[in-house]
Design a protein around this ligand. Sequence first.
Ligand code: NDP
Ligand code: AKG
Length: 476
Amino acid sequence: MEYKSFIGGAWEETSASTPNINPSDTSDILGHAAVSEAADMDRAIDAAHTAAVQWAASTPQQRFDVLDFIANEILARKAELGELLSREEGKTLPEGIGEAARAGQIFKFFAGETLRQTGDHLASVRPGIDVDVTRSPVGVVGLITPWNFPIAIPAWKIAPALAFGNAVVLKPAELVPGCAHALADIISRSGLPEGVFNLVFGRGSKVGPQLIGSNKVNAISFTGSVPTGRGIAAECGQLLKKVQLEMGGKNPMVVLDDADLDIAVDASLNGAFFSTGQRCTASSRLVVTEGIHDKFVAALEEKMTALNVGHALRSDTQIGPVVDANQLQQDLDYVDIAAKEGSKVVGGQRLNRDTEGFFMAPALVTETTNGMRINQEEVFGPVASVIRVKDYDEALAVANDTEFGLSSGICTTSLKHASHFKAHAEAGMVMVNLPTAGVDYHVPFGGTKGSSFGSREQGAYAAEFYTTVKTAYTLP
Ligand SMILES: NC(=O)C1=CN([C@@H]2O[C@H](COP(=O)(O)OP(=O)(O)OC[C@H]3O[C@@H](n4cnc5c(N)ncnc54)[C@H](OP(=O)(O)O)[C@@H]3O)[C@@H](O)[C@H]2O)C=CC1
Ligand SMILES: O=C(O)CCC(=O)C(=O)O
């Protein structure tokens, strides 16, 4: 399979290409992706810039029809797209199909949003004057997406961008071209005018600066690592360009003495290790009060070591491979760092399976303190650590003692503590008796502190980023 860039309504090859390697089996090459250069990105930006005017003038019905078409096709093909996703990224097949379905539901949601756009008509404070407050498209939006949710994250940026009348240039992560290509193929048949949606493959460091720096691009939405995000924010700040960033997390799951042990263990197991821990919402710090600590650690350790790690497409696999060799090395290095910091580690070793893949046993790190590197830096793999605390007050303080603020969880049967935690956890999302990861598609997503920047993604709140507000005064 050749994954071509899609520029101005045409599929474009390049002389160079990069292989799409299955992390469960490195002998399985899914295809080759175009390696576009800065000049290709310029042409995509020009195409979007030209097409933006036409799409901004489209009716809600036209926008609905396009988004509904995309949604229906994704949902009808969720099994096939889910398999593609699992093959290129390494999520288990149920996780891959679930993510594909989520992408379809996101397009459904924003198809509905095209028909629900509102404005205000009000009286001026001055006599005889009317005031209208409406939302206009931003123009051309550049979307830069990571590898860990190869179809859902592009979907939750593309769908609102189109729903609110913007033209798009998507730059997906190099590791996962298959899902981006499949999505672009569906979009290319949706009735969207040429040039409104463009896909450019190529190294982020090569084509990214072009996208961010262009004066024809009005806004950038990015999900990925903290250093890349900070660089993009600095550049957009210089250019006074609208920017939205979703980056890392070091998400705490607080477990109190009064928690239901089964719920706490299952929520932690899911939040920490499912999707191989490669979620910015992963529960990487388990903050546990001393009365339940030993029981909790023993039960979690037992369930974690029983998890079946293997090829993402095997029906008995519960944890797929790590995405690539670099990420695997990073995960193993952090297990090493944790051990050298004096904590106790169970699991965390490289595993061999029938196929050559990036398999790693999930790791539980205990006897840690919150100041250790393992509790302050994002690992982005199947590694969680346990921090023992005295009581709820200390648990809350430890939970908040991080530069990140994406998702924060608590397992408790106490309404008082749950309510207090919801109010005082320094995070954009709070979960009670639920994993910190795994969110709904129709409500806002995003964090506080170093995790996010700009307005929220997803749900009706996405309008804030993908529109600009206009206030018009009329003397009739
Ligand atoms: N918050 C999250 O959801 C995610 C966090 N991460 C974290 O980041 C670490 C590294 O992962 P990585 O994939 O390298 O993350 P990056 O932040 O480098 O990549 C995310 C996206 O940004 C692009 N990019 C890279 N450099 C630039 C640039 N200078 N200008 C514009 N775009 C750029 C990448 O393209 P390309 O792929 O071509 O380099 C990719 O599309 C992980 O270990 C994890 O800790 C990673 C993924 C998601
Ligand atoms: O937890 C989720 O459902 C979403 C996580 C996510 O968006 C991410 O890891 O980038």
